[in-house]
Design a protein around this ligand. Structure first.
Ligand code: BT5
Length: 338
């Protein structure tokens, strides 16, 4: 099943009308007259809306009334009321896909794709960094966003860091849950991973053609199930689901809030204003000030994490020498002094 934010206009029209009149019953005839569509079309749309998980009460002689919204991350739910300039104005929804990142890559070169979101209820072949596996069952938020940034290639390492900060802010604002940021781009709660990010960039003549940010959020997933299939995989250190801390908030609100926070970060990066991002990231970081072991492609490094540089590189002090690292996986050893 695939939906986009610009098709199904008839269905969206009926749904919007039901939403804005959800305290009263509307007859098929009323809907047909007001929306200027046939009664058969009204009936077909109501049937489909129900199939999409919305609860519609129907009473004889009175008509239909929308009782409750769906839990599905449908495109028109994301775009409705979204206060961004470009992010999420166009959304593609899949009930199941191999990887949202793969689909994003296929359409990224289209000029009109700037800010486009690809979102799925589940992924059959979700990807982590460096070709790793990302477990993506139903209940999570698995999305990719396509961007054509103005910023310089040197900012690429800072981008996922800023994105992780945006998501952590959105989690706090919508769900009231505090999270920590683990360099380079993990979000954790009490030391376990709640979300991960990955960036695929297409670069030509030293210029960024497009960036695809992939975001995986354990919103309401069975952590035991995920942990079982992840033991002994790289960068595994435990899984946590947001629903363990807050069961009341709908995932759609988190998606919308994230897109708004992310767009603000993106604007800051585009004008080269990175100070606030680095300051806020450092404040939420569980990495800075710690003694860490870092696994990089060239081997392991042990030292104390000092800070992140303007470009997002991690500065580690090892035997009184400062080293800059741009990618790797961290194991925290013990808390040092900040
Ligand atoms: C990441 O990689 O954390 C990047 C995750 C990005 C996933 C999104 S979902 C939407 C988009 N489409 C995709 O196909 N991918 C993106 P990394 O830091 O390399 O972490 C990978 C490691 O995290 C794995 O080796 C596992 O140990 C662990 N892991 C896998 N699935 C997990 C999950 N659901 N929750 C927590 N940890 C997980």
């Amino acid at each position: 099943m695939i939906y986009s934010s610009y098709d199904n206009p008839g269905l969206v029209k009926v749904l919007s009308f039901l939403k804005s009149h959800n305290t009263e019953y509307l007859s098929g005839q009323d809907l047909s007259d007001v929306l200027k569509i046939s009664r058969v079309a009204v009936w077909k749309h109501i049937k489909k809306i129900r199939e999409l998980g919305y609860k519609i009460e129907s009473k004889q002689k009175l008509g239909y009334r929308l009782e409750s919204n769906t839990d599905m991350l449908l495109p028109w739910e994301i775009t409705s009321g979204l206060k961004t300039k470009i992010f999420g104005k166009r959304v593609y929804y899949f009930d199941s896909i191999d990887s949202t990142q793969n689909h994003a890559m296929k359409i990224a070169s289209d000029d009109a794709s700037n800010g486009t979101v690809i979102i799925a209820e589940k992924q059959t072949s979700g990807k982590g960094r460096l070709g790793r596996k990302w477990i993506s069952p139903k209940g999570g938020i698995w999305l990719s966003i396509i961007l054509h940034p103005k910023f310089d290639i040197s900012v690429i390492t800072l981008f996922p860091i800023a994105s992780a900060l945006a998501l952590s802010n959105a989690i706090e604002k919508t769900l009231g849950i505090k999270s920590e940021l683990k360099w380079p781009n993990d979000i954790t709660i009490k030391g376990k991973k709640v979300a991960g990010m990955l960036v695929d960039a297409s670069i030509e003549s030293n210029k960024i053609e497009n960036l695809i940010l992939g975001v995986g959020i354990n919103f309401n997933v069975d952590i035991k199930q995920i942990e079982k299939s992840l033991k002994y995989t790289p960068n595994f250190y435990g899984v946590v689901s947001l629903s363990e801390q807050n069961k009341t908030v709908k995932s759609i609100l988190l998606v919308q809030s994230f897109l708004m926070e992310l767009e603000q970060m993106y604007d800051l990066l585009n004008i080269g204003d990175t100070k606030k991002i680095i300051r806020d990231w450092t404040r939420k970081s569980s990495t800075i000030g710690q003694n860490i072991e870092l696994s990089t492609e060239d081997g392991k490094i042990r030292g104390k994490a000092i800070k992140i540089d303007d470009d997002g590189a991690l500065v580690i002090s090892e035997n009184k020498k400062n080293i800059r690292i741009t990618s790797g996986d961290i194991t925290h050893i013990s808390k040092g002094r900040k």
